[in-house]
Design a protein around this ligand. Structure first.
Ligand code: PEP
Ligand code: MN
Length: 358
């Protein structure tokens, strides 16, 4: 059960609402989210009916529908924006989160970070704790990788994005990471979601390869109901009968998510296709479908990458992609954040009025 609290409610009124919820729910919490204050009752006590909530300070009461409450578009009809370096993800500027699948060493990540920043990337991604199908495959550099990624990002002026799989690593990783990635395999790791909700830093939640949109939104609801409103969703391809590509990038989900939730949505055409040569066309399509940004794997020497080389762009391909995506962005009333020096000489028209309001 979710209660929207009136903006002028007094702390004592809020506490009375929380206590009322506690009569019927195992857990009742007050939440400060970017789109308002709420009280939530989590996990009903068996046999106890929902309590009456005709209390001072209550603006409205709504029951989550199929697990979707705080994530639903109705909760924040204007959309939520999540700050990431110079960009507010979910606003008119598209986020370009780029970097290698795995951080492999200083010589790889430092020059790459500088290059990506010069091309107009918004954030530097790189895996330090890698979820690999085989225990014999490279598992990432762990904390050492995180420290390298962080230093490379800081020097290049880019915020950093990295995955944590184990809730016990969250505290140690926090100083190094600006946006925590929850990987597809961890989407329903509820202890991890609860820990990240408590930690409070922004979270990039990737859709599980075999998860429905409803399951993705249910996972995001754990983060919001835990008090963390800085959540970005990511479509990264799902398993289908098709074997010609690694996954099938579900662009239906992008348009559907934009309708069902106020949270920003990124698209990862690298994992979504598994093939470098398909990344550019699907990146363009994602932006046209309404994505708020892209997650892209880029490697200085893809054939030698320790993970996901087949789907990693070369630096030249990344630079081209930025140009191509920028053209689509303008066509749909969006734009890229690009350092002035990296902008092409051509004079472009003002972006069309887009309804994003900036
Ligand atoms: C990744 O981003 O490198 C990754 C492992 O992604 P996913 O969880 O989507 O497979
Ligand atoms: Mn990868």
């Amino acid at each position: 059960m979710i209660v929207r609290i009136a903006p002028d409610a007094r702390p004592s009124e809020e506490e009375a609402i929380r206590l009322r919820l506690e009569e019927a729910f195992a857990e009742a919490r007050l939440l400060s989210l970017p789109f308002g204050r709420f009280a939530v009752g989590l996990s009903p006590r068996p046999g106890v009916p929902p309590p009456p909530l005709d209390l001072p300070g209550v603006l409205s009461v709504f029951a989550p529908r199929e697990g979707e409450g705080l994530v639903s578009r109705e909760a924040a009809p204007g959309g939520t924006r999540v700050p990431l370096g110079p960009v507010e993800v979910g606003g008119p500027t598209l986020a370009l989160v780029a970097g290698p699948c795995s951080v492999e060493g200083r010589d790889q990540i430092f020059p790459l970070a500088r290059f990506l920043a010069a091309c107009g990337a918004t954030a530097l991604r790189g895996g330090a704790f890698k979820p690999r199908t085989s225990p014999y495959a490279f598992q990432g550099l762990g904390r050492e990788g995180l420290a390298l990624l962080c230093e490379a990002g800081r020097r290049a002026g880019l915020p950093v994005v990295s995955e944590v799989m184990d809730p016990r690593e969250v505290e140690a990783a926090e100083p190094y990471v600006d946006l925590f990635q929850v990987g597809a395999r961890s989407m329903q790791n509820f202890p991890l979601l609860r820990t990240l909700a408590e930690a409070g830093k922004a979270v990039l939640l990737k859709r599980g390869a075999s998860s429905t949109v409803q399951e993705l939104l249910g996972a995001a609801e754990y983060l919001l109901a835990g008090g963390n409103g800085k959540v970005i969703l990511c479509e990264r391809g799902i398993k289908t009968f098709e074997t010609a590509t690694r996954n099938t990038l579900d662009l239906n989900a992008v348009a559907l998510l934009k309708e069902r939730t106020h949270l920003p949505v990124l698209v990862d055409p690298s994992h979504g296709t598994g093939r470098r040569e398909l990344v550019l066309p699907l990146a363009r399509a994602a932006v046209a479908a309404g994505a708020d940004g892209l997650l892209l794997e880029v490697h200085p020497d893809p054939p030698r990458a320790l993970s996901d080389g087949r789907q990693s762009l070369t630096v030249a391909e990344f630079r081209l992609l930025v140009e191509e995506v920028e053209a689509v962005a303008w066509a749909v009333g969006r734009h890229l954040h690009r350092p002035r020096a990296a902008r092409p000489e051509t004079v472009r028209p003002e972006p069309r009025a887009s309804g994003w309001g900036a």
